[in-house]
Design a protein around this ligand. Structure first.
Ligand code: GLN
Ligand code: MG
Ligand code: MG
Ligand code: MG
Length: 445
C-alpha cells in the first residue's frame, strides 16, 4: 500500500489540510462527495463515516438507507487549488460503499469493478491495464458564470495559439494534474474548434477509473478559473466532431503483456485475438454502458471520426477497434466507441468481462477490415461480417438486457437500476419536440 493511516495523518498535519472529502461515483457516473473537517479524520480512516444512501439516485430504498464509506487509502490526494483564507487545504479519498452489515454494496460501481477484477485474477491474470483518451470542449461562460454555446477558439488538430486559446487553460490543467501525481503523456488541441484532449499514463483498471473521475474534476475546476466551461458531453455541437474517450487496453500476467506474440503476422497473441473476439461479440450490448446518454448516439454517426460499425483493423481508424502500432509490452487494443459520459467503473467491468468471455469461448474475430468502412455499401459490409452499433439509447438498452454476460458484469441489481432509470430518461427525450422537427416539417405539413 502507498499510505498507512498514520502516514496520511502526518501528511494532513504537515500540509495544513483542513477538510477531507470522501468521493464516490453513483451508477450513472456522477461523482458524489461528502466533506468533513479534519477533526473527523479518525472516523474517516476507520470506516465509520455514514451517509444516507436513499438520497443518491439509483442506490437503495429508504428502508435500508444507512451506508458506510470505506476510504481506499491509496487514493489519498491533496487538491492543490482548494485553500481557505488561512492556507488550509482540502484532501480527498475515494471510498467504497458498504452496507450497514459491513458488506460491499452491490450497487457500488467501484466495488463491482473490484469483484470483476478479482475474477480476472482467479484466472491467472495480474492486471487489466488501461490508457484512456478523454476529449472535452471549452465553452465561454456568460457574466453570470453560466455556460454559453460559444466555443472558445477556432483551432483544429494540434493547432497552436493564437488559434488555440485554450492553451493556457490546458497547460494549467496539466500542471495541476502533475501536482496530483498524474503522469501526463500528451495534451493537444483536438480536431473540432474548442476541443481538447489530455492523455495520461495507463494504469490498472481501478486506478484508471479513479483517474478519469479525478481528471474531470480538475478540468472543470481549472476551466472555470479561466472563465471557461468544460464539457465532456459526447456531441455538444451539431455538425462537428464529438467527444470520445478511446480506451487502450492490455492484459498482463506475471511475465508482462500477454497480447504480444513476436511470431504472429501482426505480432498479436492468440489471447489478443480471442479477447478482441469477445469485445466484438458483446460490443453492441455493452454500448448502453460505454455510451449511456441520449446524446451519445448523436456522436456515433458517420463522418466525425467516431465508430458506427463493429469491426477491427490494424491499419485504419474507421473501425471500432484499432491496433495501435506499438508492440512489445505496449501491444494494445484501442476501443474507439466509448465516450466520456460512461461511468468508467461499469464501462471497464463490462469491457473486461466481454474480453474474458472471448478467452473462455476462444472466439476468433472476423477478418480485419483494412478499407474505409464508410465507403462500403450495406452488402459489402454484410459480406465482411460487419454489424452496426445501436443507433439510439433505446436500442442499446434492449441489446444490453438480452446479453446475460453483460448484465452479470454489472450484477443484476445494478443492471436493473441502470436500465430502469435510462428508460425513463429516453421516454422523456422522446416526448420532447426538437427544433429539427419544427424546421423540417412545419412548412411541409
Ligand atoms: N473526437 C473523435 C471521437 O469522437 C476522435 C478523434 C480522434 O481522437 N482521432 O471519437
Ligand atoms: Mg488521442
Ligand atoms: Mg482524440
Ligand atoms: Mg486514440
Amino acid at each position: 500500500h502507498k499510505y498507512s493511516k498514520n502516514e496520511i495523518k502526518e501528511i494532513i498535519a504537515k500540509e495544513n489540510v483542513q477538510f477531507l472529502r470522501l468521493q464516490f461515483t453513483d451508477v450513472f457516473g456522477t461523482i458524489k462527495n461528502v466533506e468533513v473537517p479534519v477533526s473527523q479524520v479518525d472516523k474517516v480512516l476507520n470506516n465509520k463515516m455514514m451517509f444516507d444512501g436513499s438520497s443518491i439516485d439509483g442506490f437503495v430504498r429508504i428502508e435500508e438507507s444507512d451506508m458506510y464509506l470505506y476510504p481506499d487509502l491509496d487514493t489519498f490526494m491533496i487538491f492543490p487549488w482548494a485553500t481557505d483564507e488561512n492556507g488550509g487545504k482540502v484532501a480527498r479519498l475515494i471510498a467504497d460503499i458498504y452496507t450497514v452489515d459491513h458488506q460491499p454494496f452491490a450497487g457500488d460501481p467501484r466495488s463491482n469493478l473490484k469483484r470483476v477484477l478479482k475474477d480476472m485474477q482467479k484466472r491467472g491474470f495480474k492486471e487489466f491495464n488501461l490508457g484512456t483518451e478523454p476529449e472535452f470542449f471549452l465553452f465561454k461562460m456568460d457574466e453570470n458564470g453560466e455556460p454559453t454555446m460559444k466555443l472558445n477558439d477556432h483551432g483544429g488538430y494540434f493547432d497552436l495559439a493564437p488559434l488555440d486559446l485554450g492553451e493556457n487553460t490546458r497547460r494549467e490543467i496539466v500542471l495541476e494534474m502533475e501536482k496530483m501525481g498524474f503522469e501526463v503523456e500528451a495534451a493537444h488541441h483536438e480536431v473540432a474548434p474548442g476541443q481538447h484532449e489530455v492523455d495520461f499514463k495507463y494504469s490498472d483498471a481501478l486506478d484508471a477509473a479513479d483517474n478519469i473521475q479525478t481528471f474531470k474534476i480538475i478540468v472543470k475546476t481549472i476551466a472555470r478559473k479561466h472563465g471557461l466551461y468544460a464539457t465532456f458531453l459526447p456531441k455538444p455541437v451539431t455538425g462537428i466532431n464529438g467527444n470520445g474517450m478511446h480506451v487502450n487496453m492490455s492484459l498482463f500476467n506475471e511475465n508482462g503483456n500477454i497480447f504480444y506474440n513476436e511470431s504472429d503476422e501482426l505480432q498479436l497473441s492468440e489471447e489478443a485475438y480471442q479477447f478482441m473476439g469477445g469485445i466484438l461479440e458483446h460490443a453492441a450490448s455493452f454500448t448502453a454502458i460505454t455510451n449511456p446518454t441520449v446524446n451519445s448516439y448523436k456522436r456515433l454517426t458517420p463522418g466525425f471520426e467516431a465508430p458506427v460499425y463493429v469491426a477491427w483493423s490494424a491499419s485504419n481508424r474507421s473501425p471500432m477497434v484499432r491496433i495501435p502500432a506499438a508492440r512489445g509490452n505496449s501491444t494494445r487494443l484501442e476501443l474507439r466507441s466509448v465516450d466520456p459520459t460512461a461511468n468508467p467503473y461499469t464501462a471497464f467491468a463490462a469491457i473486461l468481462t466481454a474480453g474474458l468471455d472471448g478467452l473462455d469461448r476462444e472466439l476468433t474475430p472476423n477478418h480485419a477490415v483494412d478499407q474505409n468502412i464508410y465507403l462500403m455499401d450495406e452488402n459489402e459490409r454484410k459480406r465482411a461480417g460487419i454489424t452496426n452499433l445501436p443507433d439510439t439509447l433505446l436500442a442499446a438498452l434492449d441489446q444490453f438486457e438480452e446479453d446475460e454476460t453483460m448484465v452479470d458484469a454489472l450484477g443484476k441489481n445494478m443492471a436493473n437500476t441502470f436500465v430502469a432509470a435510462k428508460r425513463v430518461e429516453y421516454a422523456s427525450y422522446r416526448q420532447h419536440v426538437s427544433q429539427w422537427e419544427i424546421d423540417t416539417y412545419i412548412q411541409q405539413y
